[in-house]
Design a protein around this ligand. Structure first.
Ligand code: 77R
Ligand code: MG
Length: 214
């Protein structure tokens, strides 16, 4: 027994960050991951790229696949425009429980909906369950072999529109080769690779930004 890494990360947030201050929550998690224990958050370097894409899109509706401890959820939600809303899907209930508390500590619970379950099960029900017409922005950061099937499902469910921006983490490490090939070859996407590093390390990694053309 004892605590899990997500629980230790949450304790670091509660001990180091100021309630309602999302910047201090982000800083506390980055400090924990650099100085205490590595964790698979998108991190500060790739997080800066995520911030710039979210700011550019300024999404009213956003979807995140893979919440983990809520680090990228907080990064995205803090930049949403008035009326903006973020739905984040997490398969692991222990991750989801920690993420809800991290998001609440940042004071962003009103703009975020943490949904527990398998992305493939939930995607076909997002419209009816949350009144979503389509997404302006999608951040992919869950199991790497699900990136491709899940964007195909989003297409089939009509949840992408002309101009929807997809941003995928880890396209180099751990890697998402089938997803990359698809978005780079498909006539329905305009893709661009942002080179960076695996969170808190010197290993190569990067984000792929893909605009859906319909
Ligand atoms: O596996 C990752 N994320 C998915 C976690 C489970 C998602 C569950 N889920 C949520 C919704 N549907 C399913 C991941 C891994 C690494 C990594 C890199 C190098 C290494 F040596 C070890 C690990 C780095 C990341 O940045 C990652 O995102
Ligand atoms: Mg990741």
């Amino acid at each position: 027994t004892g605590t899990t890494r997500p629980q230790r990360l949450l304790r670091a947030v509660q001990e180091r960050a100021t309630r309602g201050d999302s910047e201090s929550v982000i800083a506390a998690i980055d400090h924990f991951c650099r100085h205490q224990e590595w964790a698979m958050n998108v991190g500060d370097e790739k997080g800066f790229i995520l911030d710039s894409v979210v700011s550019e899109v300024s999404p009213q509706t956003a979807l995140e696949l893979g919440t983990y401890c809520g680090y990228s959820t907080v990064r995205i939600a803090r930049l949403l425009p008035p009326g903006g809303h973020l739905i984040t899907l997490e398969f692991n209930p222990n991750y989801a429980a920690v993420a809800r508390q991290v998001i609440a500590w940042a004071g962003l619970e009103d703009m975020v909906q943490v949904v527990e379950g398998a992305s493939g099960d939930w995607i076909p029900h997002l419209r009816e369950h949350f009144g979503i017409e389509s997404f302006d922005f999608v951040f992919l950061d869950h199991w790497k072999e699900l990136y491709l099937p899940d964007i195909k499902l989003l297409e089939e469910c009509g949840l992408l529109r002309k101009g929807t921006v997809l941003l995928a983490d880890n396209v180099v490490c751990p890697g998402t080769p089938d997803y990359l090939e698809y978005v780079r070859k498909s006539q329905s996407y305009e893709s661009h690779y942002f080179g960076s590093h695996l969170e808190y390390t010197r290993a190569e990694d990067g984000l792929e930004k893909s605009v859906y053309l319909g």
